[in-house]
Design a protein around this ligand. Sequence first.
Ligand code: FES
Length: 249
Amino acid sequence: MKLTLRVWRQKNADAEGAMSTYDVDGISQDMSFLEMLDTLNEELILKGDDPVAFDHDCREGICGACSLVINGDAHGPERATTCQLHMRSFQDGDTIDIEPWRASAFPVVKDLVVDRTAFDRIIQAGGYISAPTGAAPEAHATPVPKPDADFAFEHAECIGCGACVAACPNGSAMLFTSAKVNHLNVLPQGAPERETRVLDMVGQMDAEGFGGCTLTGECATACPKGIPLMSITSMNKEWLRATRKVAKR
Ligand code: FES
């Protein structure tokens, strides 16, 4: 395949960025999108040019590091992480626009790499439990009802890639935060910090500058792990419950 790539280039966080156009040839339909970018970078390096910076780690859809807006869609045309997107989703001769996540809480570091440490700080704010617990207990010592275990697992699938924020017109992180809150709050082990967790995580999310949720639903559509929009409703219920309980104390 022969492709024209229009790629966002930005030297550093303070520099002004712009789209640069590159032609790439000899792209196999079996290549992943990141392998196609590797091919471009090999050519740029051979020419003595600066390769395009982009994030990746596992390349298996697990770590959430890969983060590209492709032709206007977070992670591109398939419901998968960018590393799991293959070139068979494109046609020979296509022009492809490649940009970083666009959100003020995710500032661009260089080219296609953004700073997503705001997510780490939200997770830190809701720490699983602050009491020292010693060695890991026997897994069956605390029975967990099957529906609760399924609910927790469904939300634990969030890999923190940030596609939800990139897809949302408000740059909201409600889907990500709700996945983390719901994953921990439904389990008996998470009960001691149930109220403080949701209040602290939502407070940190607001402090990081993410936008508010207006339920457009773009986040759930873009999520490569299928975190449902109803997660936000569950988190809102948790938050209301926590504010009432804290007010009564
Ligand atoms: S590189 Fe790990 S999910 Fe894509």
